[in-house]
Design a protein around this ligand. Structure first.
Ligand code: UD1
Ligand code: UDP
Length: 365
């Protein structure tokens, strides 16, 4: 079950692996919580959904997503027998689909289980979504030791918790190794000018948060007019309109539509610095050893900060611009980030998840 861009990117390596294995018969059900961004990511990994609930509406509410996914998934499951449902992460698609499976007593495997900020409103509504999925799940695929510990501390059955790494690293390494040799990023970037890549979309940042982020960008440009700032705008009108209107007059800022995954990976690789509130981008930045300013006040991925390349800056205008300039202006600080560890896995998460599922059906757990 998938519904949004990050679920598509993070589940594609696993879907393709399971599809290539005769032990499995795989159906890909998409809720269509996202339309364009979901299909764009799936197309890159050559995956066609078997069924699409097609629920997306403009500026959809959380109530609407949850009820439409619950009803639609339920109807699908009533017509199509499934031995296990795999959901990913913390979206409303993941929560409502897991609930529909629970109502039919179908086991749920949770990919990217156990991440916790321990504040139910941050990120919103994702923290509660993943807590609820983990109450329902029968198998937990925890990316790291810390995520597994979180699950144990909530009394999840330890024999059902498996540390696998994050499948986003599988997607990233596969793309780097198979698609990016001699790859030309088709965006007009001037050679020699430092690039900042920026994305923002979180619901808790709507309003003042997004305005502060844009003000910080203006401060960065003022101090370093030589930088170029690439902003692939999220499709959400509540986000794109604000960012576009506040930054459209600055010639240093380059706006694009959401980039195809290989273009986005190439852009991350080309950047001197990434500004983002995205979960997946923190993980990818750590693997690419690129400094990322995490525009959130709390993180459910603290390893990005303690081991990886992240700095938590919230949506505080001064913190964002000060940290950005510190990185841009300081070679030693840049080298520090380039030497960080790779906390989110080694690119073999999907293989580990496949083996666990096989053993589950052999009765080993
Ligand atoms: C959703 C997830 C969030 C995830 C993010 C990834 C929930 C509650 N939120 O947030 O956890 O981090 O996806 O990007 O599950 N839209 C389009 N075309 C698209 C996609 C979105 O037009 O391809 C517009 C629609 O107007 C839609 C709006 O964006 O109503 C918001 O989409 P929604 O899925 O509700 O929220 P996101 O902020 O994208
Ligand atoms: N991404 C992409 N194109 C873009 C922006 C992001 O392919 O223009 C990828 C990015 O590499 C990461 C994922 O989308 O794998 C992150 O998605 P998003 O920020 O929407 O969601 P989150 O990770 O916050 O849930």
């Amino acid at each position: 079950m998938i519904g949004t861009r990050p679920e598509a990117i993070k589940m594609s390596p696993l879907i393709n692996l399971l599809k290539s294995d005769d032990n499995f018969q795989v159906s890909v059900l998409t809720t269509g919580q996202h339309t364009d961004m979901l299909m764009q990511a799936l197309a890159f990994f050559n995956i066609k959904p078997d069924y699409d609930l097609n629920i997306m509406r403009e500026r959809q509410s959380l109530d609407y997503i949850t009820s439409a996914v619950l009803t639609g998934t339920g109807e699908y499951l009533d017509k199509n027998n499934q031995d296990i449902i795999l959901v990913h992460g913390d979206t409303s698609t993941a929560f409502a689909a897991a609930l529909a499976a629970f109502y039919r007593k179908i086991p749920v495997g949770h990919v990217e289980a156990g991440l916790r900020s321990k504040n139910i409103y941050l990120p919103f509504p994702e923290e509660m979504n993943r807590v609820l999925v983990d109450r329902i799940a029968s198998l937990y695929f925890a990316p790291t030791e810390l995520d597994a510990e979180n699950l144990k501390s909530e009394n999840a059955d330890p024999s059902k918790i498996f540390i696998t790494g994050n499948t986003v690293i599988d997607a990233l390494f596969w793309t780097l190794n198979n698609k990016l040799n001699n790859y030309k990023l088709n965006i007009d970037l001037e050679p020699g000018r430092p690039l900042i890549l920026m994305t923002a979309h979180r619901r808790e940042s709507w309003g003042d948060g997004l305005i502060n982020i844009c003000e910080a960008v203006k401060d960065i440009i003022k101090s370093r007019p030589d930088v170029q700032i690439l902003i692939p705008l999220h499709k959400n009108p509540a986000v794109r309109e604000v960012i576009f209107n506040l930054l459209k007059d600055f010639k240093q800022v380059i706006f694009t539509e959401p980039l195809d995954y290989p273009d986005f990976v190439a852009a991350m690789s080309r950047s001197a610095l990434i500004l983002s509130d995205s979960g997946g981008i923190q993980e990818e930045a750590s693997a690419l050893r690129k400094p990322v300013l995490i525009m959130r006040t709390l993180s459910e991925r603290p390893q990005a900060v303690t081991l990886g390349t992240g700095v938590l800056v919230g949506t505080d205008k001064n913190k964002i611009s000060e940290q950005a300039l510190k990185i841009l202006n300081n070679k030693e600080y840049q080298e520090y980030f380039a030497s960080r560890k790779l906390p989110f896995g080694d690119g073999t998460a999907s293989l580990k998840i496949r083996d666990v599922i096989l053993n589950y059906f052999k009765g080993h757990y």
